[in-house]
Ligand binder design. Structure first.
Ligand SMILES: Cc1cc2nc3c(=O)[nH]c(=O)nc-3n(C[C@H](O)[C@H](O)[C@H](O)COP(=O)(O)OP(=O)(O)OC[C@H]3O[C@@H](n4cnc5c(N)ncnc54)[C@H](O)[C@@H]3O)c2cc1C
Length: 472
């Protein structure tokens, strides 16, 4: 085999998983050299697991987090005093991933940690080589893995740059540390909004925090763990239904309903929400067994569904996203029960307010939030927790702009970029780019709800397998 020079762009969980599967594969030889790029702050941690406040928790129990078989699992890596905790801080998980990355680098002379951002990429389709621009330097590679994580944050009300508006709040312990305000607004009601609430109330002792969102919906509360053995919604039965490279949404729904019935899960659980968020959290806390069965079923079928997601026709994909996605999403990344209990308590004490129906925000002498029902709320400080954009045309990082400009990547209408079934990048100029692979937030249009550590890690393994098939 000829020498192969590989670049992994992004040292978060996906990049590290990719590297790990690459070097631990029996086909790995000293002919393959790997440079992994990220800045020093996020190398080995990515966005989610950077050094930050201890109250920012992983939403998955520690014993369900792992980087794969070549590493000690997270639970056994943790020091005994922390190993007892069901949910650890995300920073601690970052310590674990970084430690695994540094171990790989110190035991493989072919692997180099490059503490720099890649600013641009060009591709020569005749030689199949990529030129990466890093600061003033240009470096040639044979294969490139794009694992750059999420795109920039959204700004639905065009508030970026306004006084008192925190556009990107992470790391909270740095960006929110100097806030001296006892009435703070947060835009959004998802996991990032919950991070902000916990930090502000637990650490900064803020008296009143209000969450403003369009729907007010929060993730559900993680119920009891359930062992699910699938009978109907299996890989084989779904594959059997693929014809002419397509699977019908009606077939998928029918199989899923059969599975629900087999698992004794009442379909009405999907429609348990009342619109009163704190009441809904209480419901989940009081029904941990039934809610847990539904959540663990969803977690179990997620990778199987994600594998056939790309076989849905365009119309079926749209129909799925419109009709069913929110029902799955609400139950997919639940928050720990201990987090929910505190939210309910703060709600009862009048310290936390959840206001839905946000329609418009006026900027004048602070922020006035107007809701559909005619409500008007005023805050001086507003924190953005609306999450990242999905459309690469709105991503403003230099690397995205460079890839778009050289027509190496193209947007997918379902978010992220166009990739083939093996996650090779599809260029509008030269077609499938066999030397470039993408995974993570860039492939959300193809990998359904696959941004959890477990799924990223599994998908990285598949992708590395494809890489070895490509080079040998
Ligand atoms: C606040 C938050 C909390 C989360 N909590 C959980 C959780 O509890 N459990 C869970 O399973 N999942 C959680 N997630 C999902 C999380 O996104 C994934 O678990 C995972 O961390 C994604 O990893 P990634 O490597 O794909 O992306 P990222 O973590 O975003 O890493 C991408 C890396 O690429 C680097 N990069 C970008 N551009 C360049 C460039 N041009 N050159 C070099 N490097 C570059 C970035 O600096 C970054 O470090 C959370 C996500 C967020 C944002």
């Amino acid at each position: 085999m000829k020498q192969t020079k590989v670049a992994i762009i992004g040292g978060g969980v996906t990049g590290v998983s990719m590297l790990s599967h690459l070097v631990h594969d029996e086909r790995f030889t000293s002919g393959i050299t790997v440079d992994i790029y990220d800045n020093a702050y996020t190398m080995g941690r990515g966005q989610a697991y950077q050094e930050d406040n201890e109250h920012l928790l992983i939403n998955v129990p520690a014993d369900e987090m792992s980087l794969g078989e070549s590493h000690p699992d997270y639970k056994s890596w943790l020091k005994p005093e922390n190993g007892q905790e069901l949910y650890t801080s995300r920073q601690q998980f970052g310590d674990y991933v970084k430690d695994q990355l540094e171990t790989i680098a110190s035991t493989h002379e072919e692997v180099h940690l490059r503490y720099a951002k890649v600013d641009g990429i060009e591709y020569d389709s005749s030689s199949g080589k990529f030129t990466l621009s890093i600061d003033e330097e240009e470096v040639l590679y044979d294969r490139v893995f794009l694992t750059i994580g999420q795109l920039r944050y959204g700004d639905p009300y065009n508030l970026k740059g306004s006084q008192g508006f925190l556009y990107d709040p992470y790391p909270l312990s740095r960006k929110l540390a100097d806030i001296e305000d006892d009435n703070i607004g947060i835009l959004g009601a998802g996991l990032s909004a919950i991070d902000c609430v916990r930090y502000l109330i637990l650490d900064k002792q803020v008296k009143k925090v209000s969450l403003f969102s369009r729907s007010g919906d929060m993730p559900s509360v993680r119920g009891e763990r359930a062992e699910i053995i699938l009978r109907h919604f299996t890989e084989e039965s779904l594959r059997d239904r693929i014809q002419n490279d397509e699977i019908a949404l009606t077939d998928i729904i029918a199989l899923f309903k059969e599975e629900l019935a087999h698992q004794n899960i009442d379909e009405s659980l999907f429609f348990r929400r009342t619109g009163n968020t704190l009441q809904d959290l209480n419901y989940d806390l009081e029904h941990q067994e039934t809610v847990g069965r539904l959540q663990y079923l969803i977690i179990k079928v997620n990778p199987i569904f994600s594998d056939v997601y790309q076989y849905l026709s365009r119309n079926d994909k749209k129909a799925f996203l419109e009709k069913y996605h929110h029902l799955i999403e609400e139950n997919h990344s639940p928050m720990p029960a201990e987090v929910a209990r505190l939210l309910v308590q703060w709600g009862d004490e009048g310290r936390l307010h959840i206001i839905d129906g946000t329609e418009h925000i006026k900027k004048e002498d602070g922020f006035t939030i107007l809701t559909k029902e005619g409500g008007e709320y005023r805050v001086d400080t507003l924190i953005n927790a609306t999450g990242p954009v999905k459309d690469v045309r709105r991503g403003d990082s230099e690397i995205i702009q460079s890839l778009m400009n050289h027509m190496i990547i193209a947007p997918s209408e379902f978010g992220g970029i166009m990739v083939d079934a093996s996650r090779h990048v599809i260029s509008p100029k030269v077609g499938t780019v066999r030397g470039m692979y993408a995974l993570g937030a860039l492939t959300i249009g193809s990998d359904y709800l696959s941004n959890s550590v477990q799924l990223l890690q599994k998908n990285a393994q598949k992708l590395i397998n494809r890489f070895y098939e490509d080079i040998y």
